[in-house]
Ligand binder design. Structure first.
Ligand SMILES: C[S@@+](CC[C@H](N)C(=O)[O-])C[C@H]1O[C@@H](n2cnc3c(N)ncnc32)[C@H](O)[C@@H]1O
Length: 407
C-alpha cells in the first residue's frame, strides 16, 4: 500500500502534478499570542480569549462594568452572562444576559455551571475609599478611576481588611466563588495590577497566584499588559519604587478531579484576625452561596479540634497497622514453630520405625541363624546315630560271622 502510494507520487512528479511534499504537522509562524503586550485591555483580552476559551463557551463576566473587555469580540461568539455590583447604563447586546447588583463573592449561579469566568474587581486600595473624591486615580489616572472604581466600592465592614488587604480579600473571596460555579476544567481569567500601598511593595499578582493555587487552581498562563502612554505624577519628591506601567491577566484552570478542596488560603499577616472561609454549601444549586462564619474564633477552635482528632485518628491507624504487622509476624513464627515441631516428630517417628525395622530384621536373622544351627546340629546328631547304628550292626554281623566260622 505504502509502495503503491510512493510510486503514484513519483508518477505525479514526472507529470508535474504532484502537490507539496508532506511535512511534519503544524506550520512555522511568528503570529503567536505573546506573554507581554503593549496596548489596551480589549486587544489583549480578545487574543487571550481566543487562545484559552473556545467559541461557544458559557462565560460569566462577574465584574462587567462598562464591558470594555468585550469591545473587540463579535457579539454572539460566547454565551455571555454579564453581572456587576453596579452595571453601567450602556446599549445592551441582545446576545448577552445582564444581571445588575450582583456581588462577585456570592453569585446567583449553580455549581459547575460555567466554562469560563472573568474577574476584574477594583485592583487598587485607593479605589476602596468610601468617598469618590478620596479615591485613587487623579491626573493621568482619572480615566482609570472612572473605568475601574466605577460602581459601588467594596466594603468589608467594620473590623474587615483595610487598604491593600481589602483588595486581596475581594480577589480571594471572588476566587472561591468562581471555583464553585466553574465546571472542572473551567478557566478563570483574572485581571490585576501590583501596587505600592503605605510605602510597601505589594505584588498583588503573586498574592493571587499563591492564594488561588491553595484553592486548587492551576495557574496556566500569565500575560503582562504594558501601557502605551507613560504614566506621570503631579508631585514627586523622591522616587522610591518604579512607577507601574503594566498590569496582568492571569489564566487559571480548575483541575478535574480533586479541584473542590481548599488546602489553605493565604492572608496578609497585617490582619488582626484570620478571616474564616466557610465550606462550599453542600446543597449549592441556583443561588448556592458560600457560608461565611460569624464567629471566626469558634470556627478556628473547631478546626483545631478537628485537626487534632484527625492526627489522633491517623496515629491510631498507624498503631493498629503496627499491631497487625506484629500479630502477623507472631502468627508466622508460631506456624514456623509448629512446622518445625511437626518435622521433628516426623523424623523421630521415622527413626523409631527404622530402628524397629532394624531390630526386627536383626531378630529375624538371629532366629533364622539359630534355627539353621539347630537344624544342623539335629542333622549332625541324626548322622551320628545312624553311623553308630551302622557300626553296631557291622560289629554284630562280624561277631556272627566269626561265631559261624568257629562252629
Ligand atoms: C475594573 S472595573 C471592571 C471593568 C470591566 N472589566 C470592563 O471591561 O469594563 C471594576 C468593576 O468591579 C465592580 N465591582 C466592585 N466591587 C464588586 C463586587 N464586590 N462584586 C461585583 N462587582 C464589583 C465595579 O462596579 C466595577 O464595575
Amino acid at each position: 500500500m505504502r509502495a503503491r502510494s510512493r510510486s503514484a507520487r513519483r508518477i505525479r512528479v514526472v507529470f508535474g502534478v504532484a502537490g507539496p511534499k508532506r511535512v511534519q504537522k503544524g506550520e512555522s509562524t511568528s503570529d503567536l499570542v505573546n506573554s507581554a503586550h503593549v496596548g489596551d485591555n480589549s486587544e489583549l483580552f480578545a487574543r487571550l480569549l481566543a487562545l484559552h476559551v473556545p467559541a461557544g463557551s458559557k462565560v460569566a463576566d462577574v465584574t462587567y462594568g462598562k464591558g470594555v473587555f468585550w469591545k473587540r469580540i463579535p457579539s454572539g461568539t460566547y454565551q455571555l452572562f454579564a453581572s456587576d455590583l453596579e452595571l453601567a447604563e450602556l446599549d445592551r447586546d441582545i446576545f448577552v444576559r445582564y444581571r445588575d447588583k450582583v456581588d462577585c463573592r456570592s453569585l446567583p449561579y449553580a455549581d459547575d455551571s460555567f466554562d469560563a469566568l472573568v474577574l476584574d474587581p477594583p485592583y487598587m486600595e485607593g479605589f476602596f475609599r468610601r468617598q469618590q473624591t478620596h479615591r485613587a486615580g487623579s491626573g493621568t489616572h482619572s480615566a482609570f478611576r472612572d473605568a475601574y472604581a466605577d460602581g459601588n466600592t467594596y466594603d468589608a465592614g467594620d473590623g474587615g481588611p483595610k487598604w491593600h488587604d481589602a483588595v486581596t480579600d475581594l480577589y480571594l473571596r471572588a476566587g472561591i466563588e468562581a471555583r464553585r460555579v466553574l465546571r472542572p476544567g473551567g478557566v478563570l481569567i483574572v485581571k490585576c495590577q501590583d501596587e505600592v500601598s503605605a510605602n510597601k511593595q505589594r505584588l498583588t499578582h503573586v498574592e493571587i497566584v499563591t492564594g488561588y493555587e491553595d484553592m486548587g487552581f492551576y495557574c496556566k498562563d500569565l500575560f503582562v499588559l504594558v501601557r502605551s502612554n507613560a504614566p506621570g505624577v503631579s508631585r514627586l519628591l523622591k522616587q522610591v519604587h518604579a512607577r507601574k506601567n503594566h498590569s496582568y491577566f492571569l489564566i487559571f484552570e480548575l483541575p478535574r478531579g480533586r479541584a473542590k478542596r481548599i488546602r489553605s488560603v493565604r492572608w496578609s499577616p497585617q490582619r488582626e484576625q484570620q478571616p474564616v472561609l466557610g465550606a462550599v454549601d453542600a446543597d449549592g444549586g441556583e443561588g448556592g452561596k458560600r457560608t461565611v462564619s460569624k464567629n471566626p474564633a469558634s470556627e478556628k477552635k473547631v478546626a483545631g479540634k478537628k485537626k487534632a482528632a484527625g492526627k489522633k485518628k491517623a496515629a491510631g491507624k498507624k498503631a493498629k497497622a503496627a499491631a497487625g504487622k506484629k500479630k502477623a509476624a507472631a502468627g508466622k513464627k508460631k506456624a514456623a514453630g509448629k512446622k518445625k515441631a511437626a518435622g521433628k516428630k516426623k523424623s523421630a517417628s521415622k527413626k523409631k520405625s527404622a530402628s524397629k525395622k532394624k531390630s526386627a530384621s536383626k531378630k529375624k536373622s538371629a532366629s533364622k541363624k539359630k534355627s539353621a544351627s539347630k537344624k544342623k546340629t539335629a542333622a549332625k546328631k541324626k548322622v551320628s546315630t545312624r553311623t553308630r547304628k551302622k557300626r553296631t550292626a557291622n560289629k554284630k554281623t562280624k561277631r556272627q560271622r566269626t561265631a559261624s566260622k568257629k562252629k
